[in-house]
Design a protein around this ligand. Structure first.
Ligand SMILES: C[S@@+](CC[C@H](N)C(=O)[O-])C[C@H]1O[C@@H](n2cnc3c(N)ncnc32)[C@H](O)[C@@H]1O
Length: 355
């Protein structure tokens, strides 16, 4: 997923730098601002036990699948509803179920009624986050997954795999410049294609993993590990507003929504790490409480905390250092012609070896 702050293109830099600092006996990697789960997934593939967390529910879902699921998904109970599944090799069933869902006839549900032109054209401010067809397809898929779960035709593992596949897939058809803070007036090309559910990658290994959906300052007290990787928001832009529609598709909880963009309530997901006045206190508290051997922090040179703030706070736990890499800025608002101060930023990986 094209996610603000995604570390997809920095995975090599992270691994190389981390390996220069940690000892060989580390086996538990904690990714507690996990976002898309790409960092945890990378270290899971390297054999680590991973503990993941994020305050957003869609991110919990992604991590619950990419990190939490580590065994093949057989969809055995679903054979009562889809008998053809019995003739499909177990490892191919994920694909079969996704194409079964892709073929469902669309229905007019919450997404269509609130975020598509056809469903909102009689409102003062119609919305067009998805084509009418894709909004209806999304509703049909999401409702079917929920029905299967209620009827115990799928396990929790299978449920999170399917919702992850839907969230990842629908995002590719969104009629936005990149995030859900605004939609485009005209349906862009990719939004005109019909939604096809692409099965999310399943990472199989023999470790068990843990996944949480809480504020990091609460969860860190419960978590113990070797390496704590921190990748907080760098600025005031709240993920809850930028990705509100993914939250609603993941939860499918018919929320009260308001405004031009159909925003859901997000008071309890407002991040202190997006507040210039509160971030330092929250970060200090987190660093002081962490029960790990090493702490790493991704941050750039334009973030809310200064390099000196970070150094001062992380040094409270032991020997501090950092690595740097030039990085191309995330181009979320290109279509709005926003002017940028610089094309490149410097990405820092700060660390502390805890005493
Ligand atoms: C920079 S992104 C992480 C990106 C991730 N490393 C990746 O590559 O996809 C920051 C994440 O922190 C989460 N977040 C913000 N404040 C949080 C908090 N107080 N507790 C837990 N997660 C939080 C956001 O929801 C967002 O997913």
């Amino acid at each position: 997923m094209n996610y603000i702050g995604s570390k997809l293109s920095l995975l090599g830099f992270l691994e190389e730098s981390i390996n220069k600092v940690v000892d060989k006996n580390c086996s538990v990697f904690c990714d507690l601002f996990a976002g898309t789960g790409i960092v945890g997934s990378y270290f899971k593939k390297k054999g680590y036990k991973v503990i993941a967390n994020d305050i957003q529910y869609y991110s919990y879902v992604l991590n619950r699948h990419y990190i939490g699921n580590h065994k093949e998904l057989g969809f055995s109970a679903l054979t009562t509803e889809i008998p053809e599944l019995k003739n499909i090799k177990v490892e191919k069933r994920k694909n079969f179920v996704c194409s079964y869902l892709s073929d469902l006839k669309g229905i007019k549900g919450f997404v269509y009624n609130n975020y598509c032109f056809g469903g909102t054209e009689n409102q003062n401010e119609p919305r067009q986050y998805f084509s009418d067809e894709n909004g209806m397809r999304c509703d049909a898929v999401r409702q079917k997954i929920e029905k299967w779960k209620k009827e115990k035709l799928i396990s929790d593992d299978e449920y999170y795999f399917l919702i992850t596949s839907l969230v990842e897939s629908i995002d590719k058809y969104a009629n936005t410049a990149s995030v859900y803070g605004a939609f485009l007036k005209k349906l862009k090309k990719t939004a005109q294609n019909s939604l096809v559910l692409k099965p999310a990658e399943l990472i199989i290994n023999d470790q068990t993993h843990e996944v949480f959906n809480e504020d990091i300052n609460k969860v860190s007290a419960k978590v113990q590990g070797d390496i704590l990787y921190l990748d907080p928001p760098y600025n005031h832009r709240q993920y809850a507003t930028n990705y509100h529609l993914l939250e609603t598709i993941a939860k499918y909880d018919n929320p009260v929504i308001h405004g031009k963009t159909g925003l859901r309530e997000y008071q309890n997901q407002k991040s202190l790490y997006c507040s210039r006045t509160q971030v330092k206190k929250a970060f200090r508290d987190l660093i002081l409480k962490a029960k790990v051997k090493y702490i790493f922090l991704s941050y750039n040179n334009e973030g809310l905390m200064s390099l000196d703030d970070i150094k001062e706070i992380m040094s409270l736990r032991g020997e501090y250092g950092y690595f740097t890499k030039d990085y191309n800025r995330f181009k979320a608002d290109r279509a709005e012609n926003r002017e940028y101060k610089a094309e490149k930023t410097v990405e820092y990986l700060h660390y502390v070896v805890c005493n």
